[in-house]
Design a protein around this ligand. Structure first.
Ligand code: SF4
Ligand code: SF4
Length: 148
């Protein structure tokens, strides 16, 4: 798979760019609705993708090897679905041909980011835990694009 093909597996949801908390005892991951400082909450993309590793050292670059082991990728993630041998959903841009369907399906973080890590201190993150990034909206689980 070429680098461009690999990149195209990303649906552009932005869920992986939300801050997460890990329970030290259980290893369980909890999403928050607080974005990485480089997350553009409107486009749901990275504001400086080429330089992300310099600006955010703990930004994890996804590879064919690590997508199989990372426990914090959301169930909607294109890389995770492909690694598990599952089909992409109707709203994935590679299926729909339209980068907006990830927003239409309610999968992206658009309109749901409540602040940036530069505004909300780590000590307050527990107050910003949310469930939705680990879930798929009903609309997104449909076999094909709804007609309405
Ligand atoms: S969760 Fe997966 S599909 Fe969504 S932005 Fe992150 S890498 Fe891309
Ligand atoms: S640096 Fe960019 S790609 Fe990495 S987590 Fe932040 S917004 Fe996402």
């Amino acid at each position: 798979m070429s680098a461009d093909e690999w990149e195209s597996l990303c649906d552009g949801c932005g869920r992986c760019c939300l801050n997460k908390l890990e329970d030290e005892d259980t290893g369980d991951i909890y999403f928050t609705h607080v974005g990485c400082k480089l997350l553009d909450a409107g486009t749901c993309g990275c504001k400086d993708y080429p330089n992300r590793s310099d600006k955010v050292p703990d930004c994890v670059r996804l590879t064919p090897a690590n997508v199989r082991t990372l426990n914090w990728l959301p169930p909607s993630c294109g890389y995770k679905l492909v690694a598990e041998g599952r089909d992409l959903y109707w709203w994935h841009p590679l299926v729909s041909g339209d980068p907006n369907t990830v927003h239409e399906a309610g999968v992206s973080v658009r309109g749901r980011v409540e602040g940036s890590e530069e505004e909300i201190p780590d000590a307050d993150l527990e107050d910003h835990i949310v469930q939705w990034p680990a879930l798929l909206p009903k609309r997104a689980r449909l076999k094909r694009r709804p007609k309405d």
